[in-house]
Design a protein around this ligand. Structure first.
Ligand SMILES: Nc1nc2c(c(=O)[nH]1)N[C@H]1C(S)=C(S)[C@@H](COP(=O)(O)OP(=O)(O)OC[C@H]3O[C@@H](n4cnc5c(=O)[nH]c(N)nc54)[C@H](O)[C@@H]3O)O[C@H]1N2
Ligand SMILES: Nc1nc2c(c(=O)[nH]1)N[C@H]1C(S)=C(S)[C@@H](COP(=O)(O)OP(=O)(O)OC[C@H]3O[C@@H](n4cnc5c(=O)[nH]c(N)nc54)[C@H](O)[C@@H]3O)O[C@H]1N2
Ligand SMILES: [Mo]
Length: 750
């Protein structure tokens, strides 16, 4: 229990410290200016007092001996590990000179602004990037931008930009499960997501457990057995990467057996006949050949879902990483459209930023509103990949990462000269084919990294290292779904660390071509919160969060009936036809197939049978660890104790046939490379699938070149490649469906 002398500060947890997509309400306890511990805030409707291991271990993170506390400049060669402490003035001054110089000689577009996954970074980094004038915002090496964006794109192309849906577990209502407006889903289909490991995209697994307590039943679609699959009525154990076929097979059953919601389809959907025709190509028996899912089970799952209303689907990142991520996502989206489970209680509810506030503009639409269409047009023309892929041009403002790596290597159509890397470990976890990225990026003229720790990326690439603060040391805000929340500064920054907002505001002032109007971070934050009729102090005084008022468009349900989705205020969806587009006019406009179809992974027993003989296992990488966030936190003792080594999950019988025992060191290898991991022998793995978590490096080993904290030995991305993106530019590499073999390392256990 808290000692009476401990001060309690209510805040919102996000990065840095716990990693996470979460935004958990928390209580930070402080004594004599130091954080003593953190607990979940029981009054916060999203996490209701719960907190994950990463959050609970945050004191070991904040006060870790390896945290970088001062700005550093590289004094040796890149990778030599020779650093010198410098002042902020010298750091800012050097960056200003170098980046202005590059802009003058090569144009602002030759500097890329690189972030990792959605933490508290999208706002600060785009703010700085647009101030500098670059259009190149990217998750470097995230092949096919295979996280979240393919799903967002598919939903936008079907339901409009205001039509992003998630399973409804009452999360958008302050009273939660007690709310009279809400009904628990009868079924939730858990599609390629493992909530016991994380809080994906602001969605918590315990919400599903809370629904289960209120009668919700589960259907799972996952090659492995997990906590969720073992509690499901039906488990469709498909071959990794074949979910497009699974979804099309389910659409086939629902349409051909007349189980769809006729009223909803008639009134609110466009293109049903075209879809009906297309799905005839995917009868369950044919789907069984592709996926390995027995046709009768697929039929049963489709029937249960379609006839038990309301029901919801909640899906994960493997969907994005399929050959045609945006197409697989489209097929799954159509399941809730034709069953009328759109923005209804207990169905797939539309998620919108709380109070209509955004941390900073992401979509072309938002950017046009703020900076005018001309600027967006210029940005779109120069954005890397925009001329190759209309969807890159027309949606969300990201660079196409597979085109980027080519461009870094060839200098065409224009050279990349500099990189601002903030909140991403490119070499150590994010990038497919990290060696290729290392070779390309080390040739850039100037690289800034903003992080809290030295990582394989900062050691290999940084010219200047700027030290960022943890979540307890900064003021920030969160608008990713609901509620609207603020992160409150509980302690002074350690050493000379600064927040990402502070760093980027200062750099923006120095680099902007038009004056920046904010004097300090608080003014900037308040200017964003103004759209929600509130400000930082008000939210802080309320305990750190607030739900939108009744009637607000960011609050459910049935917004398409009430005219709350379209800018013109008319009922319907913000799509070209005003309806849910089963036949997507937007995809058509982008030169893509308007209807979903199945595409085989590039490396698979079917696509490459010869390779498959040599590499008999299907390799799926990156299943999440509940105690780590990607490549982060390997240095935190409590967490490392729980998940000490890189592993490969191998089926028990398959392991026995190879003479591999639990905890043996094995090589996982394929035509792209090999890594060393410990065997985790388990009956939860299917016979022909090997699962390897990503992002492994050993912070306790030598950080200098060539070792870079052992990243080449343990990072599974050494077995993955770029250049497998889907036709839209989004989706697809061998992150989740590659090939491999296992070789026992003699002398075995350590
Ligand atoms: N093989 C394989 N590779 C994958 C995946 C997979 O499934 N398989 N998943 C992919 C996916 S979906 C994603 S999203 C990417 C994620 O890739 P990244 O987001 O790059 O993930 P991290 O490895 O956690 O790197 C984050 C870095 O930012 C630092 N950091 C954390 N918080 C802050 C902060 O607030 N400020 C600053 N300045 N720094 C901070 C951390 O110390 C760490 O070095 O990885 C991808 N890589
Ligand atoms: N603790 C923690 N939480 C995290 C993260 C983290 O690193 N740590 N990362 C965050 C990020 S950026 C992301 S993108 C999300 C990702 O999180 P999720 O979307 O949940 O992804 P995973 O946990 O990798 O995989 C989910 C399940 O999909 C299964 N799967 C693998 N391949 C396939 C396939 O081809 N088809 C089907 N149907 N299933 C498949 C796996 O066996 C696994 O059980 O997690 C976020 N949350
Ligand atoms: Mo992700």
């Amino acid at each position: 229990m808290a000692k009476s002398t401990d001060q309690k500060i209510l805040s919102t947890l996000w990065s840095a410290g716990c990693g996470s997509h979460g935004g958990c309400g928390c209580e930070i306890f402080v004594k004599d200016g130091k954080v003593t511990r953190i607990e979940g805030d029981k009054n916060h409707p999203w996490n209701q007092g719960r907190l994950c291991a990463k959050g609970l271990a945050i004191t070991q993170y904040i006060y870790h001996k390896d945290r970088v506390l001062y700005p550093l400049k590289r004094v040796g060669e890149r990778g030599e590990g020779k650093w010198q402490r410098i002042s902020w003035e010298e750091a800012y001054g050097t960056i200003e000179t170098r980046l202005k110089d590059i802009r003058a000689k090569h144009g602002a577009e030759s500097v890329i602004f690189c972030q990792g996954t959605g933490r508290d970074i999208g706002g600060p980094i785009t703010f700085l990037m647009y101030a500098y004038g670059s259009p190149n915002w990217v998750q470097v090496g995230l092949a096919g931008h295979a996280c979240y964006t393919p799903r967002l794109g598919a939903m936008a192309a079907t339901l409009g930009p205001s039509g992003y849906c998630v399973a409804d577990c009452s999360q958008f209502l302050e009273e939660r499960y007690e709310s009279k407006e809400w009904t628990p889903p009868k079924y939730i289909i858990i599609w390629a997501q493992n909530f016991t490991a994380g809080c994906h995209d602001g969605f918590y697994g315990h919400w599903i457990v809370d629904c289960m307590k209120r009668g919700t039943k589960l259907i799972s679609i996952d090659p492995r057995s997990t906590w969720w699959t073992t509690r499901s009525e039906i488990h469709l154990q498909n071959r990794p990467g074949t979910d497009g076929a699974t979804a099309l097979g389910m659409l086939n059953v629902i349409i051909n057996e007349n189980l769809y919601d006729k009223k909803f389809v008639e009134k609110w959907c466009y293109g049903f006949e075209e879809l009906r025709k297309r799905v005839q190509e995917y009868p369950p028996e044919k789907v069984e050949q592709i996926t390995g899912v027995p046709a009768h089970l697929l039929r049963q799952a489709a029937k249960l879902y379609a006839t038990s209303k309301p029901s919801a689907i909640q899906w994960g990142e493997p969907v994005d990483a399929m050959p045609a991520g945006s197409v697989v996502s489209q097929a799954i989206t159509l399941l809730w459209c034709i069953t009328g489970n759109v923005d209804n209680p207990g169905g797939n509810v539309i998620a919108r930023n709380s109070h209509g506030v955004t941390t900073y503009p992401f979509s072309s639409a938002e950017l046009s509103e703020l900076y005018g269409v001309d600027l967006v047009k210029r940005l779109n023309e120069k954005r890397i990949g925009a001329n190759d892929y209309p969807m890159i041009k027309g949606f969300r403002g990201w660079v196409q990462p597979d085109v980027l790596i080519n461009q870094m290597e060839t200098g065409k159509p224009y050279p990349v000269k500099g990189a601002w890397i903030q909140t991403s470990n490119i070499i150590g976890g994010q990038a497919a084919d990290p060696r290729r990225h290392y070779n390309a990026m080390k040739k850039l003229d100037f690289i800034v990294c903003v992080d809290l720790f030295q990582t394989p990326t900062t050691m290999a690439l940084a010219d200047i290292f700027l030290p960022a603060v943890s979540i307890a040391e900064k003021e920030s805000f969160r608008t990713w779904w609901q509620p609207l929340g603020v992160s409150v500064k509980a302690i002074d920054a350690l050493g000379e660390c600064k927040s990402d907002w502070e760093i980027n505001l200062e750099m923006a002032k120095r680099l902007a071509t038009t004056p920046i109007k904010y004097n300090n971070v608080r003014e900037l934050i308040d200017s964003r919160l103004a759209a929600g009729n509130t400000n930082f102090e008000k939210l802080k005084a309320k305990g750190g969060w607030e739900f939108p008022p009744k009637g607000h468009p960011s609050r459910p349900y049935y917004r398409y009936e009430k005219g709350l989705l379209r800018k013109d205020g008319k009922p319907g969806f913000e799509t070209p036809t005003g309806k849910c587009e089963l036949y997507s006019k937007t995809f058509e406009e982008w030169g893509l197939d308007p209807l979903p179809y199945y595409e085989e992974p590039k490396e698979s027993p079917i696509a490459t049978p010869d390779l498959s003989k040599k590499y008999p296992f299907i390799l799926t990488t990156g299943r999440r660890s509940p105690v780590f966030f990607h490549s982060e936190l390997r240095m935190i003792p409590w967490l490392r104790e729980l998940d000490p080594w890189p592993v490969a999950e191998i089926n028990d019988k398959a392991a026995a046939s190879l003479g591999i025992e639990n905890n043996d060191w094995v090589y996982v290898e394929n035509m792209h490379g090999k890594i060393k991991v410990k065997a985790k022998v388990t009956p939860t793995a299917p016979a022909n699938v090997v699962t390897v978590p990503h992002g492994w490096w050993l912070p306790e080993t030598d950080g200098k070149a060539p070792n870079f904290f052992s990243t080449w030995d343990h990072n599974v991305n050494n077995l993955t490649t770029m250049g497998n993106q889907g036709k839209s530019g989004f989706g697809g590499t061998n992150y989740r469906s590659g090939l491999c073999r296992l070789v026992k390392i003699q002398g075995g256990k350590e």
